[in-house]
Design a protein around this ligand. Structure first.
Ligand SMILES: *Cc1c(COP(=O)(O)O)cnc(C)c1O
Length: 502
C-alpha cells in the first residue's frame, strides 16, 4: 500500500499492512488480476519474437477487488459537492441537477463531430441558438456569443471587442482600462493581455466604488471601465448607471464581469445599467459541475454597438426553422478556440434554464441572496463583518476578533471547519479585506445544513477563546494533518514511485 494513501479517515479504514503479515503474504500465492484465455497462445505466436518478454518480474499483480477498492478509495479522497456543504465564495459551488449531465451525455450530442456540416447538425445549432436567445433575454442586452470556454476567456474576448471598437473608430489614444481593487485577478490580466494598461480604483468605506474616484480617472485615455456585478465582496455597486453615463460621455465603454450572475438572474436589466459587454459564467449559474478544473463556459453578451464585433461564427436562425453558422460578421474579433464553444456545458445550461423558466430562475437568485443573508445575520455576533452594506449571494467576514484575542487566524478557522465535516469557505480573498473568510451558501442548501454550518462556526469562535490550540492545530479528524504547504509547492510528488510502497 502506498504510504500516501495509508491514512485514517473517520468514515473508512485503510488497512495498514503489518510487517509480519507482509512477510507471510509474500509466500501466499498472489492474487491474479488477469487470466489469459485458452486461445491466447495463437495471439502470442503471431507477435514478432523481439516484442515478447519472458520476465514479468516487478509488474503489479492485483485482484479485481483490490483494484476496485483502490479506485473507490481514490474517488473518496476529495471533498465534493455531492459529499457535503461547499461554501466557497466567488465560486458558486451549487448543486447541479444530474438530469442535465444525462441530457448532455445523450448519444446524439456526444456522437456529433464538431465539424459536422450545419445541414446535418440542426438540432445542436438549435440548442445553441436557443441558449443565445435565453441569455439575451436574461441580461436585457442585444446579442450573444457562446464561444468563450471560461469566464477568463469571456473577459479576453470582451476586452478584444472593446479594443476593436475603438480601433475601428480611429481612436488610438485609449490606453487604459479602469479596474476596481476588489476585482477578480482575471480582470487586470485580461486587460493586459489585450495590450491595455490598468488604472486601479479603490473601493470606498462601503466596499463599493465612489463616483468621485472614478470620475477623476475618466478622461479620453480610458478605453473601458470593468465593473464586477455584484462585486467580489458580494455587494451591489450602487452607482452603476451614473458610472456608465460618465464613461459613455467620455467615449469609454462599460464591461461587466457577470461571473456571479447567480445573485441577479431576472433581477436586473444590464441594458438599463448601460453595460456594453459582459460575460456570464454558465458554470456558476446555469448548471455544470465545476471545481475540478473541468470545462466551463463563459459566453459574452453585448449591446447594439458591439454586435458587429462578436467572435465568429455567430449562430443565426434563417426563416422558420433553419440554423446556420455565419462567418460574415463585419468587424469580428475572430476565432478564439477550436469549434464553437464547450457544447456539453451549453446543453446543460439550456436544460437548466428551460427546466425552471423565467419565474423560477428569478426565485433561485432570491433564495441564494436570502441564504447568504441568513448566514450573515447568524454569524455577525461571532465574527467581524467588515462592511455594513447588505449582502447579495455571498458574505465576507474576517478573523479580526479571533486574531486579536488569541492569534487564531483565518487559515486556522478554515482548517478547523474541516473537522466539522464542511469544506472551508474562500479565504484571504478578496485581497482588499485582511483575513477574509468569504462564504457563499447558494440557493441549493437547506436551512438545516446552513444551521449546522453556522453552529459549527460559532463553536469554533468559542474554541478560539477557550481552547485556541485545538483550532490552531486543526484539522484533527481529516485524512491528513495540516500540510506543509511550502514543501508541497517546492517538492511536489507527482508520480507513482514503487520504492515508496510497502
Ligand atoms: C470565477 C470568476 C472569474 C473567472 O472565471 P473562470 O471561469 O474561472 O475563468 C472572473 N470573475 C469573477 C468575479 C469570478 O467570480
Amino acid at each position: 500500500m502506498n504510504k500516501r494513501f495509508d491514512i485514517q479517515r473517520p468514515y473508512y479504514h485503510v488497512p495498514n499492512m503489518h510487517e509480519e503479515t507482509h512477510a507471510i503474504s509474500k509466500n501466499v500465492q498472489r492474487a491474479k488480476g488477469y487470466t489469459s484465455s485458452e486461445n491466447s497462445d495463437a495471439e502470442v505466436e503471431s507477435l514478432p519474437q523481439d516484442f515478447l518478454r519472458d520476465d514479468f518480474e516487478g509488474l503489479p499483480e492485483l485482484s479485481e477487488f483490490e483494484v476496485v477498492r483502490h479506485f473507490t478509495l481514490l474517488s473518496q479522497l476529495n471533498f465534493s459537492i455531492d459529499g457535503g456543504f461547499y461554501p466557497l465564495g466567488s465560486c458558486t459551488m451549487k448543486y447541479n441537477p444530474k438530469i442535465n449531465d444525462k441530457v448532455a451525455g445523450m448519444d446524439g450530442f456526444v456522437g456529433l463531430h464538431p465539424y459536422t456540416p450545419s445541414q446535418f447538425s440542426q438540432g445542436a445549432l438549435e440548442v445553441m441558438f436557443s441558449l443565445q436567445e435565453a441569455l439575451v433575454e436574461i441580461t436585457g442586452l442585444k446579442a450573444c456569443s457562446l464561444h468563450p470556454a471560461a469566464g477568463a476567456q469571456g473577459e479576453f474576448v470582451g476586452v478584444k471587442m472593446i479594443a476593436a471598437y475603438h480601433r475601428n473608430k480611429g481612436d488610438s489614444k485609449r490606453k487604459y482600462i479602469i479596474v476596481p481593487d476588489s476585482a477578480h485577478g482575471t480582470n487586470p490580466a485580461s486587460a493586459a493581455l489585450c495590450g491595455f494598461l490598468v488604472k486601479q480604483v479603490k473601493s470606498g468605506p462601503n466596499g463599493t466604488i465612489e463616483l468621485a474616484d472614478i470620475e477623476k480617472l475618466l478622461d479620453d485615455s480610458i478605453a473601458a471601465v470593468m465593473l464586477t456585478v455584484p462585486n467580489t465582496l458580494g455587494i451591489f455597486e450602487n452607482n452603476i448607471s451614473e458610472i456608465s453615463r460618465l464613461a459613455h460621455e467620455r467615449g469609454a465603454l462599460m464591461y461587466c464581469d457577470g461571473a456571479n450572475l447567480n445573485a441577479l438572474v431576472g433581477q436586473v436589466d444590464f441594458k438599463a445599467m448601460g453595460i456594453d459587454v459582459m460575460h456570464i459564467n454558465l458554470h456558476k449559474t446555469f448548471s455544470t459541475p465545476h471545481g475540478g478544473g473541468g470545462p466551463g463556459a463563459g459566453p459574452v453578451v453585448v449591446s447594439e454597438n458591439l454586435v458587429d464585433y462578436l467572435p465568429i461564427p455567430v449562430i443565426r436562425k434563417n426563416g422558420e426553422d433553419r440554423y446556420d453558422l455565419d462567418y460574415s460578421v463585419p468587424h469580428s474579433v475572430g476565432k478564439f478556440r477550436a469549434f464553437y464553444g464547450n457544447f456539453g456545458m451549453l446543453v446543460r445550461a439550456l436544460c437548466y434554464i428551460y427546466a425552471y423558466g423565467s419565474d423560477q430562475l428569478k426565485s433561485i437568485s432570491d433564495t441564494a441572496v436570502l441564504n447568504a443573508n441568513y448566514i450573515r445575520a447568524r454569524l455577525k455576533g461571532s465574527y467581524h463583518l467588515p462592511y455594513e452594506q447588505p449582502s447579495l449571494h455571498e458574505v465576507v467576514f474576517t478573523d479580526k476578533w479571533q486574531e486579536k484575542e488569541s492569534h487564531v487566524s483565518t487559515l486556522h478557522i478554515a482548517k478547523r471547519i474541516i473537522d466539522y465535516g464542511f469544506h472551508p469557505p474562500t479565504v484571504y480573498f478578496p485581497l482588499v479585506v485582511s483575513g477574509a473568510l468569504m462564504i457563499e451558501p447558494t440557493e441549493t442548501e437547506s436551512k438545516a445544513t446552513l444551521d449546522r454550518f453556522v453552529d459549527s462556526m460559532i463553536e469554533i469562535a468559542k474554541e478560539a477563546k477557550d481552547n485556541p490550540d485545538i483550532v490552531k492545530t486543526a484539522p484533527h479528524r481529516a485524512g491528513f494533518k495540516k500540510m506543509d504547504e511550502t514543501r508541497a509547492a517546492r517538492h511536489p510528488i507527482l508520480t507513482w514511485n514503487d520504492s515508496e510502497s510497502d
